[in-house]
Design a protein around this ligand. Structure first.
Ligand SMILES: NC(=O)c1ccc[n+]([C@@H]2O[C@H](COP(=O)([O-])OP(=O)(O)OC[C@H]3O[C@@H](n4cnc5c(N)ncnc54)[C@H](OP(=O)(O)O)[C@@H]3O)[C@@H](O)[C@H]2O)c1
Length: 228
């Protein structure tokens, strides 16, 4: 076990949006196993700002083995409420910045002939709900780039997967659903409860460390919600 921990220290994992919720749980798990975990704060890497993303990648050496694109925003808006600026902000944060970070990592992975991308998507990329218009669009696109990049990067042994959580017990969920709504939602989930962030983190850890042949997949972790 000690040897494994020492080796893990040489493996760098970059996780976006790790200040709380799912990202924090993923970062904590990788740290427990001795990985070198990089968790830029928003002042270091603001994904909604293309200049900030470009600045971050230009200042840092790209030697990231496992890239976990976790940060995401979900402003609840219907079609008549949305402005052009909203389109740009949600797409820049949830999708375009992801492409930039992956692009930055590819040369290192091509050299090493190994790499892992884990995109944190959502069930709203596969099914829909009112007011998840832009959010769902970005998450569907994330699922599609996951497949596309699995094809393009497979020859370099780069495995690209997405995790699509359902209702997870985080601030984002509590912000977008009232207590009463959450109680109702629980009854609609076959497992009759929300998931804890650690349950998503364990899947991300498996995909980043144990997985050697799953690629291009979007794995739903939703207690069976989208099966009905
Ligand atoms: N919670 C759920 O039930 C659920 C379900 C499906 C999918 N997801 C997905 O899972 C991921 C994490 O969700 P969560 O519930 O853990 O979210 P959360 O609690 O709202 O945390 C979001 C994280 O993203 C960061 N972030 C937001 N905008 C950013 C920006 N412009 N630049 C850099 N970082 C930014 C936040 O940083 P700050 O601290 O700076 O704000 C925070 O660390 C998201 O992609 C979300 O879409 C969540």
């Amino acid at each position: 076990m000690q040897a494994e921990v020492l080796n893990n220290h040489d493996i760098k994992v970059l996780i976006t949006g790790a200040s709380r919720g799912i990202g924090l749980s993923i970062a904590t798990l990788f740290k427990e196993y001795g990985y070198s975990v990089i968790t830029p704060t928003r002042s270091e890497l603001d994904l909604s700002d293309v200049g900030s993303v470009r600045n971050y990648v230009s200042l840092h050496t790209n030697d990231i083995s496992i890239l976990i694109n976790n940060a995401g925003i979900n402003p609840l808006q219907g079609i008549l409420d949305i402005t052009y600026e909203d389109y740009m902000e949600v797409f820049q944060t949830n999708l375009f910045s992801v492409l930039e970070l992956i692009k930055w990592c590819v040369p290192f992975w091509q050299k090493k002939l190994n790499g892992h991308v884990i995109n944190i998507s959502s069930i709203w990329g596969s099914i829909s709900k009112p007011k998840r218009l832009l959010y769902g669009a970005t998450k569907s696109a994330l699922n599609n780039i996951t497949k596309n990049l699995a094809l393009e990067l497979g020859e370099y042994n780069v495995l690209v997967n997405a995790i699509a959580p359902g209702f997870i017990n985080t601030e984002l969920t509590r912000l977008n659903n009232s207590f009463a709504e959450l109680e109702k939602i629980k009854q609609q989930i076959p497992l009759k409860r929300l998931a804890e962030p650690l349950e998503v983190a364990k899947l991300a850890f498996f995909l980043g460390t144990q997985n050697s042949f799953i690629t291009g997949q979007t794995i739903h972790i939703d207690g069976g919600y989208i099966c009905q």
